[in-house]
Design a protein around this ligand. Structure first.
Ligand code: URA
Length: 225
């Protein structure tokens, strides 16, 4: 049965009126979400195996395989993208399609290679038709990425594209406004740049992404000093 308070809220929401809820209010009607994925304390092998066997969201039904991440487990730079595409799903490695080739070139230009950085995605499984990750999928997968970051302990994180930047920084500020600033994920500096797939569609923006990578290189050098 709908409770009067629920009815009032639904009514106000339907009218587009913000419903004020005290900060410490706990709604007994709302189911408490399950805790985020338990990856705490796992070592690389355990984490990789856990990801490979993951069925926490519906994406496991359509994936060919999980795409864990690749590179140097002690990298100074960690690159975080959105989710595997078709080619990544087939090969089990992030950023191996056209966008990946461009990412490799961008990294090489600042003296980094696929083997010196660690590359991972927000999602470890491909969303069908390359649609955006759904909030529940990102939430289920987040613990895996958090553990990867803990294990790598990078000096700098480069968030490539809107989805990665928004989910990591918990904001919806456009990428254009997030660029050029040092953000922090816990204490790790995080720089935002455009997604290479976007740069393939808008080559005129490549100049800005070059600026972002030079900026990231400076921030990483400062963090290492
Ligand atoms: N785009 C991403 O964000 N990640 C990949 O692995 C490939 C394309």
């Amino acid at each position: 049965m709908i409770q009067p308070e629920q009815q009032r809220r639904a009514y106000l929401e339907a009218l587009g009126i913000d419903v004020w809820v005290p900060r410490d209010h706990v709604d007994p009607e709302i189911e408490v979400a399950e805790p985020a994925v338990a990856a705490d304390g796992l070592d690389w092998t355990e984490l990789r195996d856990t990801v490979a066997a993951c069925t926490r969201c519906k994406l496991h039904e359509s994936r060919t395989q999980t795409v864990f991440g690749v590179g140097n487990p002690n990298a100074d730079w960690m690159i975080i993208g959105e989710a595997p595409g078709a080619e990544e799903d087939r090969r089990g490695e992030p950023f191996v399609g056209r966008a990946g080739k461009l990412l490799d070139e961008m990294l090489q230009a600042v003296g980094q290679g696929r083997d010196s950085v660690f590359i991972a995605n927000i999602l470890k499984c491909r969303p069908p038709n390359n649609r955006d990750p759904e909030p529940a999928e990102s939430a289920e997968c987040r613990g895996y990425l958090e553990r990867q970051i803990e294990l790598v302990q990078p000096k700098i994180i480069l968030a490539v594209g809107r989805i990665a930047a928004h989910l990591l920084l918990e904001t919806d500020t456009p990428v254009g406004r997030l660029r050029g600033t040092t953000h922090f994920l816990d204490k790790t500096p995080l720089i935002v740049t455009y997604h290479p797939a976007y740069l393939l569609r808008s080559p005129s923006q490549k100049r800005k992404s070059w600026d972002d990578l030079c900026f990231a290189r400076r921030v990483a050098a400062e963090a290492a000093a």
